[in-house]
Write a protein that binds this ligand. Structure first.
Ligand SMILES: [Zn+2]
Length: 341
């Protein structure tokens, strides 16, 4: 397969006119050459933190404090999940995955509630989708039989020592929410030596130092933080300290659009456009322990072709156009490997 256009190449996000050659789901060559089209080719987006299980509860729970809306086991979210039949939850999750795919998401990392059963539901709705789901399960350590890793709700909710150890033993990632409402659960989260942290809205100077020392990636979810009213994460400082990815968090509260997330981040923070695009692609892959997120030889061929004749027409700075203007209506094609490999 050959994909042509203005290609956003490598981690530097350099724009090269030419052709991406794909064989067996891998990029085999990026060839600079004159092409006829003004399409723009970018790595498929990575939504590094979602909870698609609550797709059944869109626009409910608004205005409640954080713990009442999402904390296990008796918050609004968990009551909604318990009271909804499994087939309805699966159907809603399926719609969310398809929405993300159609917008150009190639990989997402989901913190799935409801223990083993919840992770089985996520598997059931993604196994036949080309979108790669990184299932971060919850509940007992045995969830790691079916999950790709463990997604802990937070250090103040419960102890996760056994789950953390089991994830390590199996070579699977352990991620945990931290510093969303306040800084009180950050020390506890670091104590698990997680593969990544989610939120860090309330990261203190010493936390930024620890992130830098331990090179622990952070998934920031600034738009969802806004819905819950916990404040804005210090994204510029986090970017200075470590690898920062983007997530849209609870579908219940926030539409899972990485495009809206990049625009928001680009306009609320002073960051290079290339950095914002890395946050929405390669950094997410890195945080989740997944290969790719970048257009280079040997990488999995997860690509999005954006049409050059709408939002991206008349924009000289292609990457700025991509992170600040592009959206679902610009997506011409989403190219993903057939399997979940
Ligand atoms: Zn979350």
């Amino acid at each position: 397969m050959e994909i042509q256009g203005r290609i956003v190449v490598g981690e530097s996000m350099e724009v090269v006119e030419g052709t991406v050659m794909v064989e067996d789901g891998r990029i085999v060559e990026v060839r600079g050459e004159a092409v006829e089209t003004d399409d723009v080719v970018i790595p498929a987006l990575v939504n590094a933190h979602t909870h698609i299980g609550d797709s059944v509860a869109k626009e409910t729970g608004r205005g409640l404090p954080l713990d009442e809306v999402v904390a296990p086991p008796d918050s609004h979210k968990h009551r909604m999940l318990r009271s909804t039949p499994r087939d309805e939850k699966r159907a809603a999750m399926r719609r969310t995955v398809e929405r993300m795919r159609s917008e150009g998401v190639g990989v997402f990392g989901d913190f799935r509630e409801e223990g083993v059963e919840g992770t089985e539901d996520l598997r059931a709705v993604t196994d036949d989708s080309p979108v790669k789901a990184v299932a971060l399960g919850s509940g007992p350590p045995e969830v790691l039989d079916v999950a790709d890793g463990y997604g802990a709700s937070g250090a103040r909710d419960d102890g996760f020592t056994e789950e953390r150890e089991e994830a390590r033993r199996r070579g699977k990632p352990f991620g945990i929410h931290a510093g969303e409402r306040d800084a009180d659960d950050i020390d506890g989260a670091f104590a698990y030596d997680p593969e990544f942290l989610v939120h860090m809205v309330h990261a203190r100077d010493e936390d930024l130092d620890r992130l830098a020392e331990t090179e622990t990636p952070v998934v920031a979810c600034p738009r969802c933080n806004l819905v819950i009213g916990v404040g804005k994460p210090p994204v510029e400082e986090l970017v200075e300290a470590t690898t920062v990815a983007l997530g849209t968090d609870n579908v219940m509260l926030n539409v899972p659009s990485v495009w809206r997330e990049t625009e928001f981040v680009s306009k609320h923070y002073d960051l290079p456009d290339e950095e914002v695009l890395r946050m929405a692609t390669v950094n997410g892959a890195r945080a989740l322990g997944v290969e790719g997120g970048v257009i280079e030889e040997g990488a999995p061929a997860r690509l999005v072709v954006l049409r050059g004749d709408r939002s991206l027409a008349d924009v000289d700075d292609v990457v700025a156009g991509v992170v600040r203007r592009a959206g679902a209506g610009d997506v011409k094609d989403v190219i993903l490997p057939a399997s979940q490999a």
